[in-house]
Write a protein that binds this ligand. Sequence first.
Ligand SMILES: NC(=O)c1ccc[n+]([C@@H]2O[C@H](COP(=O)([O-])OP(=O)(O)OC[C@H]3O[C@@H](n4cnc5c(N)ncnc54)[C@H](O)[C@@H]3O)[C@@H](O)[C@H]2O)c1
Ligand SMILES: O=c1ccn([C@@H]2O[C@H](COP(=O)(O)OP(=O)(O)O[C@H]3O[C@H](CO)[C@H](O)[C@H](O)[C@H]3O)[C@@H](O)[C@H]2O)c(=O)[nH]1
Length: 330
Amino acid sequence: MSKLLVTGGAGYIGSHTVRALLAAEHEVVVLDNLKAGHREAVPTGVPLIEADLLDEAAVRAAIEAHRPDAVVHFAALIEVGESMKDPARYYRNNTAGSLNLLTALKDFGSIPIVFSSTAAVYGEPDVVPIPEDAAKRPTSVYGETKLWTEHMLKAFDAAYGLPHVNLRYFNVCGADESGAIGEDHPNKTHLIELALLTALGQREKMMIFGEDYPTPDGTCIRDYIHVTDLADAHVLAVASLLDGSPSTAYNVGIGHGFSVKEVLDAVDRVVGTPLKREVAPRRPGDPARLVADSSRIKAELGWHPRHTDLVGIVESAWKWHSGHPHGFEG
Ligand SMILES: NC(=O)c1ccc[n+]([C@@H]2O[C@H](COP(=O)([O-])OP(=O)(O)OC[C@H]3O[C@@H](n4cnc5c(N)ncnc54)[C@H](O)[C@@H]3O)[C@@H](O)[C@H]2O)c1
Ligand SMILES: O=c1ccn([C@@H]2O[C@H](COP(=O)(O)OP(=O)(O)O[C@H]3O[C@H](CO)[C@H](O)[C@H](O)[C@H]3O)[C@@H](O)[C@H]2O)c(=O)[nH]1
């Protein structure tokens, strides 16, 4: 049993991963500023340090007090559109916040770290499915903040020895099978969450952002990875670091893409009624097709996604949203 510090563990992906880490018999401590996370998402018995990564002294105090064997680092601002309007906030929170954490990790004996990176580091890809060594040309400040953190990790590892795994997630979706936790971001921008809130009557209609992309039905294609499969990838990444494996990066996706229209068709099937749809202009910065080549994590860590059926993925998200129409507020 190892002791793990999880930053952003009160958020959507973090709270699912905390459960997977507990199931793998690790001891877990969460650090979160609760600006986008939820106290209720942290399981009873897991200590929650309410602190901000920008508070360097608080970060150092948390590491010193708990002396984790490894850290899983989710805490970040996550909205592509907002990052373009307020880059200062994104570089400060995501890149400078990560710098505070990495500095503490190297000062307290090079504590290994699993970092939440993103497919957004690739930007518009030359090759699809995208392998890890594809060119990194982020088209958003959000993607840049994550790529800069990857650069810092590489430099810290070279200079001080800081073992790390960058997990580059594709489009994360779904919810824990219990239906007790799920996606509840303060600003809703993700396709499946918005569609299900529309089905609950909280939105009038679904906007399809562009149907003139060079794809079979003209809408964007994404690789939808279920949050519990992603949580399993973290458990494996932590184990590999604790075993002394060298630093690396892994793409985490199912290796198959679905178009916006296919996702909305699946939502219609699951909720049993067709949602009102309207075609809108393209959303700036959206690549046409993002699909992961996840063969490296499969080969090296033995990871395999269990949720590859789109209707099943949407059903799991629907169980959460229909049971908690206003998220953690009820
Ligand atoms: N959701 C996706 O589709 C997706 C895709 C790729 C990568 N990611 C990455 O995964 C991670 C988790 O995303 P999520 O969807 O769970 O988002 P989320 O907003 O639900 O979780 C992020 C958590 O971090 C906390 N946080 C943010 N800044 C902090 C700070 N400075 N100090 C302390 N706590 C802070 C928030 O309160 C929140 O609980 C992020 O790093 C995100 O960039 C998400
Ligand atoms: O109301 C909506 C919302 C989204 N979309 C479309 O649906 C697709 C998926 O959009 P999301 O906003 O759900 O997700 P993104 O692909 O923009 O981004 C997500 O996945 C990326 C990696 O693939 C990054 O990690 C990012 O942080 C994360 O939000 C896009 O083509 C988007 O244009 C719509 O048509 N209508």
